[in-house]
Design a protein around this ligand. Structure first.
Ligand SMILES: [Cu+2]
Length: 204
């Protein structure tokens, strides 16, 4: 086992340990976290990511792919002028679907509700991606860009709007406009968070 795989194995074990420490979780949620932890491990075993950890992978080579524009249940959701979300210590957003008008100014608000105590705080941000951006590729391209708050200049063209990366207790607010009809994904780009922290904004 090379160094990179040992690190991935260690990280995965850490995730598993963290999951079992979350005593307030119900079993179903705990299981889903375990499943996600293992899901993260799998791509690391493929050819694409094999090699040493020093291999540069923040090249910004996130890709645009063709995606379906329909989201189940979207017709029963009201239009909103704000996309207001809370991000918590369990690596979750409190909402996952929004519907807005194309071309209208929308207020984006993110509150990080994890503990403000530095040892318990979990960092989060919110990034609205250009239509059709491959989330996994995007997350891969930004994961090492700590000094740029996990949004390096190389992915600028794939980002519609984003908040700051927030510590526990902090809030940030921005404005954005979705330029064309369709479905836009949003994620937290902090490393390892996108699997559970993502949702969709439908612009009509
Ligand atoms: Cu996060």
């Amino acid at each position: 086992m090379d160094k990179w795989h040992r690190i991935q194995k260690y990280k995965n074990q850490e995730n598993v340990n963290r999951g079992s420490d979350l005593k307030t979780f119900d079993p179903v949620e705990k299981l889903s976290i375990l499943a996600i932890s293992f899901a993260f491990l799998l791509p690391g075993c493929g050819d694409r990511n094999s090699g040493s950890q020093n291999k540069p992978d923040s090249t910004g080579n996130a890709t645009i792919s063709v995606v379906s524009d329909s989201v189940p249940g979207i017709d029963s959701i009201e239009y909103s002028d704000t996309v207001a979300l809370e991000a918590n210590e369990y690596m979750r957003f409190d909402k996952e679907i929004f519907k807005v008008k194309v071309g209208k100014k929308i207020v984006l608000i993110l509150k990080n509700t994890s503990s403000p105590k530095p040892e318990m705080s979990m960092s989060h941000n919110l990034v609205i991606l250009a239509k059709g951006t491959d989330i996994a590729d995007f997350a891969d391209a930004v994961k090492n860009a700590k000094s740029e708050n996990y949004l390096p200049a190389s992915v600028e063209s794939l980002v519609i709007a984003h908040t700051k990366t927030l510590s526990g207790g902090e809030t940030d607010q921005k404005e954005f406009v979705l330029p064309t009809k369709g479905t836009y994904d949003f994620i937290c780009s902090f490393p390892g968070h996108w699997g559970t922290m993502q949702g969709k904004i439908v612009a009509k």
